[in-house]
Design a binder for this molecule. Structure first.
Ligand code: ARG
Length: 459
């Protein structure tokens, strides 16, 4: 009881298992820097309102710097009674500069506004780093798309060959998802970056601390306007988990496409050795483990989101210890997402494509729509041309031809007299993709516009 910061009103000791159950230090020590910075700025705020002197302030700051070095070098020694990073740092400060001065740093502050403040700093800094990695990932995709814009491949719906597209169009499609993620992340950062510090335990600060000053000192862009909300709002955690879940969903679909494309049956891409692993039994195997993990870890992040939502769904206002359960899912998701972005960047920048296989997978039936469009250009209504083109497909199948392009001009004319000699120009994949020049299409010019547009959104 003696060793606990809150021990004054207690006479009995806590159950040792309760100490373990209660402690968050094993996982919240990663916020040591945010916690020490928070205390630095908070004590400046106390100094500003005359609650600590200039000498006391510099002694506190020196002590905090020592603690920082201890954490950094792995020399911080944890003691019984250190429940969390906040109590550990305050206990240590007392040992270094004396309890008389250290005992003043928590004036008007509660661990409730303190932990909310530390978490927001920690999340902000991690999301900012993530934003940079994500920008790098998107740029890598865009560069690849620019470089390989000549390569054609089948586009799929229902995983059935549908229409020819450019490989770069596929790349640009995921770059579009990830750019939306990028913008969404920036918006979340705005809401994360608000200051709860100076809200006290719940009711507000009794000495009129300048909360704007605290916010500014810690790089927050605004002050949370209600002290009850300030200490109990964990929406920034939920939003981060939601963002992570959605992002991992995109990553998972991206990975799934690439897994399919890397099979021998497709053979469109080959992963670099750096992102593959072998089999302990089958010597010939090269497995896309990186991609499978990107796909699999999306489930884990979604679990963090749903688990935490369950934890907070009916807690009364304001702070309740349930809220300590925000940390493990959040930290796990942040680490998983950061590693996933970096792995995905590595995968996409090092995989090799097999153009021949991609283009070889294009089949003439994929131009059946183009054949229908040909007659549309001759003035036939699309509903009619769709039917006529379907008849061409059926006839070529009945005649066991290798494709609709093998139908003779006479056979085509028999199906519909409006077919002309120039119909043979339809059976060309390059011509097909180059027709799709409207915004968002797979023609070179349209893709180049997409790439430019996406890249202009990264900054
Ligand atoms: N370790 C706690 C947490 O993560 C800090 C806040 C404790 N506050 C309290 N009133 N017990 O939520």
């Amino acid at each position: 009881v003696e060793s606990k910061l809150w021990g004054g009103r207690f006479t009995g000791a806590t159950d040792p298992l309760m100490d373990l159950y209660n402690a968050s230090l094993p996982y919240d020590q990663r916020m040591y820097q945010a916690d020490l910075n928070g205390t630095k700025v908070y004590t400046e705020g106390l100094n500003k309102i005359g609650l600590i002197t200039q000498e006391e302030l510099s002694s506190i700051h020196q002590g905090l710097d020592v603690i920082h070095k201890e954490w950094e070098s792995g020399k911080f020694i944890e003691k019984p009674g250190d429940e969390d990073i906040h109590t550990a740092n305050e206990r240590r400060l007392g040992e270094i500069i004396g309890k008389h001065i250290a005992g003043k740093v928590h004036t008007g502050r509660s661990r409730n506004d303190q932990v909310a403040c530390d978490m927001r700093i920690y999340v902000r800094d991690n999301l900012s780093k993530l934003l940079e990695f994500l920008g790098g990932f998107i740029s890598t995709i865009l560069k690849r798309a620019e470089r390989e814009i000549d390569v054609l491949m089948p586009g799929y719906t229902h995983l059935q060959r549908a229409q020819p597209i450019r490989w770069s169009h596929w790349l640009s499609s995921y770059a579009t998802y990830f750019t939306e993620d990028y913008k969404r992340l920036k918006q979340i950062l705005e809401r994360v970056n608000q200051s709860p510090l100076g809200a006290g335990a719940l009711a507000g600060h009794p000495y009129g601390i300048d909360r704007e000053f605290l916010a500014k000192g810690l790089g927050f862009n605004s002050v949370i306007g209600n002290s009850l909300t300030a200490v109990s709002d964990r929406d920034f955690v939920v939003e981060t988990l939601f963002w992570s879940t959605l992002f991992m969903n995109h990553i998972s679909r991206f990975a799934e496409d690439l897994i399919i494309y890397s099979t021998a049956e497709f053979g469109f891409i080959q992963l670099a050795d750096a992102y593959s692993t072998g089999s302990s039994l089958m010597p010939q195997k090269k497995n896309p483990d990186s991609l499978e993990l990107l796909r699999g870890k999306s489930g884990r992040v979604f679990g963090s989101l749903s688990g935490f939502l369950m934890s907070i769904k009916s807690i009364p206002s304001t702070y309740n210890k349930d809220m300590q359960e925000d940390k493990e899912p959040l930290f796990d998701a942040l680490t998983t997402v950061e590693h996933s972005v970096l792995i995905a960047t590595g995968v996409i920048s090092t995989l090799s494509i097999n153009k021949e296989k991609m283009q070889g997978a294009l089949t003439m039936d994929m131009l059946a729509t183009d054949l229908a469009d040909y007659l549309v250009r001759k003035g036939v209504p699309f509903r009619e041309t769709h039917h006529i083109s379907g008849e061409c497909v059926r006839t070529s199948e009945e005649l066991k031809l290798s494709g609709i392009d093998q139908l003779s001009f006479e056979q085509l004319q028999k199906i519909d007299s409006r077919f002309d000699e120039d119909v043979k120009d339809v059976f060309n994949f390059e011509v097909s993709v180059e027709r799709r020049t409207a915004i968002g299409g797979t023609a070179k010019s349209a893709i180049r516009n997409q790439l430019e547009n996406l890249s202009s959104q990264l900054n």
